[in-house]
Design a protein around this ligand. Structure first.
Ligand code: UFG
Length: 337
């Protein structure tokens, strides 16, 4: 049986993919260096799946160790998520971002090449599109990095494109995520970064609901959107995770490099998300309107039809599911810490 290597498997997205791999009885090994995730996630994965989770502590920049793992575990495909992901932090510390996201991926690709593993699913981001030139955004939309985090994802996509040209045996899928939110339905897995405070909308709303922040700052209500607040394409983390399983199945039969947008195709405003959260949690969120946040765009949502067609993937979960599961997780997470 073939074995999958899941890099960054104890992080927010990785742990949800791991839960699906376990549910589908796929053979997989997680590697992580816990730079931004907690070791307790592995135990929670075991509790959720009722299975032993194979795990090795490893930094993706350690090529020698990667080669050893690829050989010993007889890896046939890699789902590569291990990366740093804060836009703000990437502006303050670009070298760290290029080191982990670019050098780390190069190290992984070199290890894969050495061992002859040529199947890869890569975690990219919609941030690479920059300021939208048209909506919804399809995969042909021009690429334009507006911060080092986005640039690091573009560099890796370019490396993958060159790699495919040099060796036609590679099968690579790059998944461009829009705005993943929500949590696993079990309540044990969710967005739970270790060292950085999330500045994303739903985690901030939850902190306000928990009384950890006084009020939510809405960054601008003067965008040319229906209610003036920013529009994004929020996608349930379990829908995002399931796309990786589909992508993994896809690369078994397709050589080359394929890029896919992962979103619902539906734009949701900041106000709509707040209203939905208030409805499911029955908590009123104190809020004030402040200036626009530097680097923010007014509207950004996907045309996900390519993933629908080629991966045979559909999103299943609603905005209510996203708010409800994230809220549930924040409560259980607080209890078991
Ligand atoms: N927002 C607020 N107040 C907050 C936080 C956010 O009003 O306290 C607004 C933003 O202005 C924006 C919307 O909520 O209109 C969503 O903001 P997020 O920070 O949740 O998400 P972004 O779209 O800015 O960025 C996210 C990820 C990036 C990723 C990008 C993909 O954080 O890493 O989506 O396009 F690159």
């Amino acid at each position: 049986m073939s074995c999958i290597l899941l890099t960054g498997g104890s992080g927010y997205i990785g742990s949800h993919i791991a839960s699906l791999l376990a549910r589908e009885d796929k053979d997989f090994v997680i590697i992580d260096n816990f730079i931004n995730s907690k070791k307790s996630v592995i135990k929670r994965l075991e509790d959720t799946s009722n299975k032993k989770i194979n795990f090795v502590e490893c930094d993706i920049r350690n090529t020698k160790k990667l080669i050893k793992i690829l050989k010993e575990k007889k890896i046939s495909a890699v789902i590569h998520l291990a990366a740093k992901k804060s836009v703000e932090e990437s502006i303050l510390n670009p070298l760290e971002y290029y080191d982990v996201n670019v050098s780390g991926t190069l190290s992984l690709l070199n290890a894969m090449k050495t061992v002859g593993v040529k199947n890869l699913v890569f975690s990219s981001s919609a941030t690479i599109y920059g300021e939208p030139e048209y909506l919804p955004i399809d995969e042909e939309h021009p690429i334009n990095a507006i911060n080092p985090y986005g640039e690091s994802k573009i560099i890796v996509e370019n490396i993958l494109s060159d790699l495919i040209k040099s060796d036609k045996e590679w099968s690579i899928v790059s998944l461009r995520y829009f705005n993943p939110i929500g949590a696993h339905f079990c309540g044990l897995l969710g967005d739970d970064p270790k060292n950085i405070k999330s500045a994303n909308l739903l985690p901030v709303i939850i902190e306000v609901a928990q009384g950890k922040r006084e009020c939510l700052k809405i960054f601008g209500n003067d965008y040319s959107t229906l209610d003036g607040t920013g529009i994004r394409d929020y996608i349930h983390i379990m829908d995002l995770a399931s796309a990786h399983i589909k992508a993994f199945d896809f690369i078994k039969n397709a050589k080359g490099l394929y890029v896919f947008n992962l979103g619902t195709g539906k734009g949701v405003s900041v106000m709509e998300l707040i209203n939905c959260f208030e409805k499911v949690s029955k908590i009123k969120i104190p809020k004030i309107i402040v200036n626009r946040r530097l680097g923010d765009v007014g509207s950004c949502f996907a045309n996900p039809s390519k993933a629908y067609e080629l991966l045979n993937w559909r999103t299943k979960y609603s905005l209510e599911d996203m708010c409800q599961t994230a809220w549930n997780f924040s409560k259980t997470n607080k209890l078991i810490k």
